[in-house]
Design a protein around this ligand. Structure first.
Ligand SMILES: [Fe+2]
Length: 295
């Protein structure tokens, strides 16, 4: 009798722990534990006197109830409060997750993002899910993509292998954005063609949805900004069972310096595959360039 009672207690405890962990990973961490992470990289050859504050939003994966239009609007409000000079949207607006209660139409998530504002504007690239989960574009084998039309409809330019120059504090700089590296019909990125548009020595900030491009990015680029990995989305004992990168965990998230070249990877905001985040909370990333401190 005592053995049976102990077994039932143990089973109940195990069940409670399992349910608690599951509800944390499904409901609490992905929905309630959003962080703001700030990086202050000290970049070689960055012009003295050019201070630039960038707010990065990556991997929304809009779908109810995990990333509703209302939640996207509240993230936009938070992003505005961070007072960036620019807001950069790093792709994967769409979601193909089956474990959703509803689809968020592109015009709805775009309307939620239309509240974003920054003195030097809001700028976007697209990700692999903006192709893979746009079934009409996939069937046609070409764009324009739903996500691109939705963003352009709210006045947000989409950088598809394009570089544009800006000026701040009396200094020029370039913002460049790549087409998606996966496609998934075929790779859409053209790094040489994008950098060929850079017509002077001013620093280049490169938006690339997947960080896998980084080993091939020349030192001419001051910094590369990526998302896509979700920080692994699930981390157990310091490891992620699956990272969508051919380099494994090398570019999973954070500030990476290789050969004097700088990469920042956001853990993103939403989820793909399964509606779980564990040990990889959603984040808004702030990048401060040209300040005094290094991070
Ligand atoms: Fe992605």
């Amino acid at each position: 009798m005592i053995v049976r009672r102990n077994f039932l207690r143990l089973a109940a405890g195990f069940l409670f722990a399992s349910l608690s962990t599951t509800s944390y990973a499904v409901g609490v961490e992905p929905m309630l534990r959003m962080k703001t992470v700030t990086y202050r990289p000290r970049l070689p050859n960055w012009p003295d006197g050019l201070r630039l504050r960038l707010v990065l939003l990556a991997d929304f994966h809009a779908c109810d109830p995990w990333m509703s239009a209302a939640r996207i609007a509240s993230i936009a409000e938070k992003a505005n409060s961070l007072q960036g000079d620019m807001v950069l949207l790093l792709g994967d607006f769409l979601s193909g997750m089956r474990l959703c209660t509803g689809h968020v139409p592109p015009e709805d998530w775009a309307a939620a993002l239309s509240g974003l504002s920054a003195p030097l504007g809001v700028h976007a690239i697209l990700g692999n899910h903006d192709w893979a989960d746009d079934h009409e574009a996939m069937a046609r084998g070409k764009g324009p993509l739903l996500a691109q039309r939705a963003l352009e409809g709210i006045g947000v330019p989409v950088y598809d292998n394009r570089a544009v120059s800006f000026e701040k504090d009396g200094h020029r700089f370039w913002l460049a954005g790549l087409g998606d590296q996966i496609g998934p019909l075929r790779p859409m990125d053209d790094l040489p063609g994008t950098l060929a548009q850079v017509s002077d020595d001013a620093p280049v900030i490169l938006m690339a949805h997947e960080p896998d491009i980084f080993p091939g990015v020349p030192a001419r680029v001051a910094i590369t900004l990526s998302g896509h990995t979700h920080g692994g989305q699930i981390r157990l004992f310091g490891r992620s069972p699956f990272v969508p990168s051919r380099f494994g965990s090398r570019y999973i998230r954070g500030h990476i310096i290789e050969g004097g070249r700088h990469l920042i990877v956001s853990a993103g905001l939403g989820m793909s595959g399964i509606p779980v985040r564990f040990g990889a909370p959603p984040e808004i990333v702030v990048v401060e360039l040209g300040g005094d401190a290094a991070a």
